[in-house]
Design a protein around this ligand. Structure first.
Ligand code: HEC
Length: 145
């Protein structure tokens, strides 16, 4: 009888210990909960104290000043048009360019701006203006005669 009682007490204490341990493990302090569910952004309204963040853009993302068609070509276009990747008409390849130019220079400008097959829009120069792209096309055409 005494043994059964002991086993009972032992079992009971195990159960209590298990519950207590569980409760301790899953206990979430308000701070922890708050930090987990806090919004990933905050909307500031007029009058709010807005934390100061760096407003300088990284150098590469800054709009580059005036740049020549050749600079743009060397930065963005040469990767494909220098080597003829994926069928890109190569700089200096008069025969290839005359084929492309057969549809008229305006269509060629438009394709350079909007992209054509493997030719990405603006040749990946996302911050190039349409006029800049046209100048680079002229540069390509002029140097492929
Ligand atoms: C990822 C490679 C790639 C880059 C970068 C690239 N081109 Fe192209 N480009 C191509 C390919 C491929 C074609 C041929 C597309 C076709 O005819 O199917 C092409 C075709 C062209 C054509 C002829 C379009 C026509 O109507 O036939 C022009 C003009 C052109 N590219 C200008 C540029 C300029 C300017 C740049 C840089 C600002 C540039 N490309 C960057 C791959 C590229």
């Amino acid at each position: 009888m005494k043994t059964i009682k002991l086993i009972g007490i032992f079992t009971l204490s195990l159960v209590i210990a298990a519950f207590a341990g569980d409760a301790a493990a899953t206990h979430l302090s308000k701070k922890k909960v708050d930090s987990r569910i806090k919004p990933v952004y905050k909307v500031y309204v007029e009058g709010d104290k807005v934390p100061q963040v760096a407003n300088e853009l990284p150098k590469a993302a800054k709009p580059a000043g005036p740049r020549s068609a050749e600079d743009i070509y060397n930065t963005y276009c040469t990767a494909c048009h220098g080597t003829g990747v994926a069928g890109a008409p190569k700089l200096g390849d008069a025969a290839a360019w005359s084929e492309h130019l057969a549809k008229g220079i305006d269509a060629v400008y438009a394709n350079a701006i909007n992209g054509l097959n493997a030719m990405p829009a603006k040749g990946t120069c996302a911050d190039c203006s349409d006029d800049e792209i046209k100048q680079v096309v002229d540069y390509l055409v002029e140097n492929s005669k």
